[in-house]
Design a protein around this ligand. Sequence first.
Ligand SMILES: [Zn+2]
Length: 71
Amino acid sequence: MSLENCQRCGSLFLREKSEFCADCTRWYAEVYGKVRAYLREKPNSNLWDLHVALEIPLSVLQQVVKGEKLH
Ligand SMILES: [Zn+2]
């Protein structure tokens, strides 16, 4: 464990596993949930579709799907 700046909001937090603070970890979990739900309905969507439909910034979506297979 060490003190680090959150990768999203920049606030100082005690790092355990996540590179985000507790608030942002929760926020990302929410975004993940929305993305998963949307892709269940429309499996052939791309990042732009998600961006338009969910109003989530593309840069965030890229982070969310990094390491995840969209298709
Ligand atoms: Zn944060």
